[in-house]
Write a protein that binds this ligand. Structure first.
Ligand SMILES: [Zn+2]
Length: 130
């Protein structure tokens, strides 16, 4: 049984993440790409966390990934799944897994991004099996 979707608070956009949240509103997931070392990272920062270069730019992610780890929050009023998803592009992001049978989730399974409306803010990227 998929649980009822809990309410998602609006994300706080900063100058560093404004473009990221504008993209989620259009159904796109962006990651930050460093042109100095070639690494991609998430959550978006202007300075590359690998080589500390400021030569970073936005790039659109495919929205595909694999479930790296997860934890079902059963004691919440509306149970939900906290998870780390490793994107096909490389970065791992903290997120929620939605629209699925929580008991059937398995580490390593393929997931894809969905954009869940927040309360009065940009949609939040979450993942579902697929
Ligand atoms: Zn770098």
């Amino acid at each position: 049984m998929a649980a009822k979707q809990r309410k998602i608070p609006a994300p706080a956009a900063t100058l560093e993440t404004q473009a990221y949240w504008e993209a989620t509103a259009k159904g796109k997931l962006l990651v930050r790409h460093c042109t100095a070392c070639g690494e991609k990272h998430h959550y978006p920062r202007s300075i590359c966390p690998f080589c500390f270069s400021d030569k970073t730019e936005w790039t659109e992610a495919s929205g595909k990934g694999t479930l790296y780890s997860f934890s079902v929050m059963r004691r919440a009023a509306e149970p939900y799944v906290m998870a780390y998803v490793t994107l096909a592009e490389g970065p791992t992001m903290m997120t929620n897994i939605v629209d699925c049978d929580f008991d059937a989730l398995k580490v390593g399974q393929a997931v894809k991004v969905v954009f869940v409306p927040s309360e009065g803010g940009a949609p939040v990227p979450m993942f579902t099996p697929g």
